[in-house]
Design a protein around this ligand. Structure first.
Ligand code: S3P
Length: 185
């Protein structure tokens, strides 16, 4: 399937960039956090508080499975912890091109310091938590990604332009050439 799936740490811009990308590509934007909130009828913070993180992670996997049922090409923004479950990697790959929006811990803090909606960062030392989580997650994001785009110091339009260019390049490379297609006929 040829969805564009955005992965990366909290605050890297998956939702904002996804929104702009969906406009440019004239595609529907799906957001796994929003789909889960809609299905459960409560916020992510309440899901963590009432049902626990493990239950939320199961919901994320179910959400990917449901997205796989659609025939329509979309832009899909994912929750920052979704790629941490190895079981989700083949599902992400089956959905389409996986784009990792890479961000530094300093930029995450700059963007999220007033935020109260990320349960994992509601702790005594959120900067240390960001460092710790990013260190654990960086190599997993890289392993799950087809394309890595650095977002530090770039505005939304620059990031979107880079994604569009690199996704197009990749799709071109992955498409069978005319001669190969003819050979198969
Ligand atoms: C999480 C990231 C959040 C949300 C939940 C857990 C994480 O999504 O899924 O709070 O584990 O990094 P965003 O990346 O959209 O903030």
């Amino acid at each position: 399937m040829s969805n564009v799936i955005l992965i990366g740490f909290m605050g890297c811009g998956k939702s904002t960039i996804g929104f702009r990308l969906s406009y440019k590509l004239r595609r529907v934007l799906e957001d796994t956090d929003k789909l889960i909130e809609k299905k459960e009828g409560i916020s992510i913070s309440d899901i963590f508080a009432q049902k626990g993180e493990d239950a939320f992670r199961e919901m994320e996997t179910d959400c990917l499975r449901e997205l796989l049922l659609s025939q329509e090409s979309k832009v899909i923004a994912t929750g920052g912890g979704l790629p941490m479950k190895k079981e989700n990697h083949p599902l992400l790959k089956a959905l389409g091109t996986v784009v990792y929006l890479r961000i530094s811990p300093e930029s995450v803090w700059e963007r999220l310091k007033g935020d109260t909606t990320r349960p994992l960062l509601q702790c005594d030392n959120p900067t240390a938590k960001i460092e710790e989580l990013l260190q654990k997650r960086a190599s997993v994001y890289e392993a799950a990604a087809d394309i890595i785009v650095d977002v530090d110091g770039k505005d939304i339009e620059q990031v979107v332009a880079e994604i569009l260019e690199r996704v197009a390049e990749r799709e071109e490379r992955c498409q069978p050439h005319g001669s190969e297609q003819e050979a198969k006929v």
